[in-house]
Design a protein around this ligand. Structure first.
Ligand SMILES: [Zn+2]
Length: 253
């Protein structure tokens, strides 16, 4: 029987909601149990040892107790408070986008350590404040959607396989790039140029550390962000991300 089972796991708080006077309900993304909801009674009472580990964006080593399908926190040791994110509001909002994306697209209890690691790495680079936040935002989306199983084909025409392009296009419907000859059979596509494609490849395959010092033209950034964001929406069947709307209102691209 699975009663009173103790689980050791890393986890990051994606959402923390106050419940009544002093309790909290948290959405915790863990590396060994996926996304779980936890009710933390008395989390906000003074001197409660679980107050800090139930704050938004805090990553900790947890001891969870599983009792009749409900998780409880036995103890938590902070790995990273991610407090530094608050120093730059733009980084903080990118954090919100990441949280919203995972909350809306990762099913509860689905374990995916690669996605967990990507999430932690993304927070790490945001915290370091060494890469333009909008680059991290776009890079995260293309890396994340690829790990979810929708990696776009960027190496040859997705329809006919040619690597020789006179015109270059991207289509959500077929999940990758297209040559000029294959447009007829596809309904939805947008035009790309060679440097757009290079930029997308760069965002997808390079580490965040390699994004440092990258100087990108604003128009190209907007164009690529749109392509990646629409590709993300198409595959996740979402309509919009509220946090992204907020981000644009405050910072533009
Ligand atoms: Zn083709």
């Amino acid at each position: 029987m699975d009663t009173n089972k103790i689980i050791e796991t890393k986890g990051i708080v994606l959402r923390s909601t106050r419940y009544k006077e002093s309790s909290r309900i948290i959405d915790l993304f863990t590396n060994s149990r996926g996304r779980v909801n936890i009710f933390v009674s008395g989390a906000l009472r003074p001197n409660n040892s679980l107050m800090l580990v139930t704050e938004k964006y805090v990553e900790s080593d947890f001891q969870l107790e599983l009792n009749k399908n409900n998780y409880y926190i036995k103890s938590g040791q902070i790995r990273n408070s991610n407090l530094d994110l608050g120093k730059n509001p733009e980084n903080f909002l990118v954090g919100e986008i990441i949280s919203e994306v995972i909350l809306l697209t990762m099913p509860e209890n689905l374990v995916d350590e690669t996605i967990y690691d990507l999430t932690i790495k993304t927070f790490e680079i945001l915290r370091s404040n060494t890469v333009t936040p909008s680059l991290v935002r776009i890079g995260f989306l293309i890396k994340y959607i690829s790990l979810l199983g929708f990696k776009p084909n960027l190496s040859s025409c997705t329809h006919c396989g040619t690597k020789k392009f006179r015109g270059l296009y991207f289509s959500n419907e077929i999940g990758g790039i297209l040559c000029e000859k294959c447009l007829e059979s596809i309904q939805d596509y947008g035009k790309l140029n060679k440097s757009d494609l290079e930029f997308m490849l760069f965002l997808l395959y390079k580490k965040y550390e390699d994004y440092k010092g990258l100087d990108i033209n604003k128009d190209q950034m907007i164009r690529i962000e749109n392509i990646i964001y629409n590709y993300f929406l198409y595959n996740t069947e979402l309509i919009e991300l509220e946090s992204r709307k907020k981000y644009f209102k405050l910072f533009g691209i």
